[in-house]
Design a protein around this ligand. Structure first.
Ligand SMILES: [Mn+2]
Length: 228
């Protein structure tokens, strides 16, 4: 039995990520899709990336999409203003976690990991993306900024373009109850946000979970934050 799993917004919460994979019994026959925001705010961003590499080296299939935080870390190299933007949005924790004084101290392989990531993926009848789409484009797949940053796009979905596909995304922290509701309405609405605000534990009731959508079963599994 092999499964296709979608997870988003790990944000350096390595213990929770490991614990969720254990709960899922993630194995080499499965496919894991991670919808971006691997880093920032949580305690072990470096560890999350190293662990993904370890899993890949041992023969697991993992497909990674880029999130806005991953892009902010890439952009932080190009100007001081962009570096500041990243640092105040959780990048400080990441720099410290890498034991670095400056972004230049972080090994190139971590930047390359993000650089080669696509912004969306189509898997069966699912479209996987970090944030969302700009639906007034003739082809929403052409607009990269929205795929990393867009919020509140549900009202503007172009269902003619979408056809029978379902959009799975992260980016906007959403309570466990609201995510469960979205799963129940999946057939009509054709979208689901699987960012259960793992790193935002304690900020609002219903946040503080790492969620997984099992694509082949249309079933959700939640793991409570184990990192703090
Ligand atoms: Mn995020």
């Amino acid at each position: 039995m092999s499964n296709k799993y979608a997870i988003s917004d790990i944000h350096g919460c390595l213990k929770t990520f490991k614990s969720l994979l254990k709960k899922l019994k993630f194995n080499k026959a499965d496919e894991l899709y991670i919808l971006g925001d691997f880093i920032d705010r949580g305690p072990d961003s470096k560890g999350v990336i190293d662990f993904i590499w370890e899993l890949e080296e041992s023969g697991h299939s993992i497909h990674c999409l880029k999130g806005n935080h991953d892009q902010m870390m890439l952009d932080a190299r190009s100007s001081l203003a962009l570096q500041r933007k990243w640092l105040v949005n959780g990048g400080w924790t990441t720099i410290e976690n890498f034991n670095a004084d400056h972004i230049q101290d972080i090994e190139t392989k971590y930047f390359q990991f993000f650089e080669k990531m696509p912004s969306y993926l189509e898997v069966d009848h699912y479209i996987l993306v970090h944030a969302g789409f700009k639906f007034d484009m003739p082809n929403p797949f052409d607009e990269f900024h929205s795929m990393l940053w867009q919020r509140a796009w549900y009202e503007r979905i172009n269902y003619q373009w979408l056809g029978n596909r379902i959009i799975v995304h992260g980016h906007t922290p959403t309570t466990k109850n609201d995510i469960n509701d979205m799963l129940n309405n999946l057939k009509q609405n054709q979208y689901i946000d699987i960012d259960s605000g793992c790193v935002h534990k304690g900020k609002q009731i219903g946040l503080g979970y790492l969620a997984c959508l099992i694509l082949n079963e249309n079933r959700l599994v939640f793991e409570e934050n184990k990192d703090f």
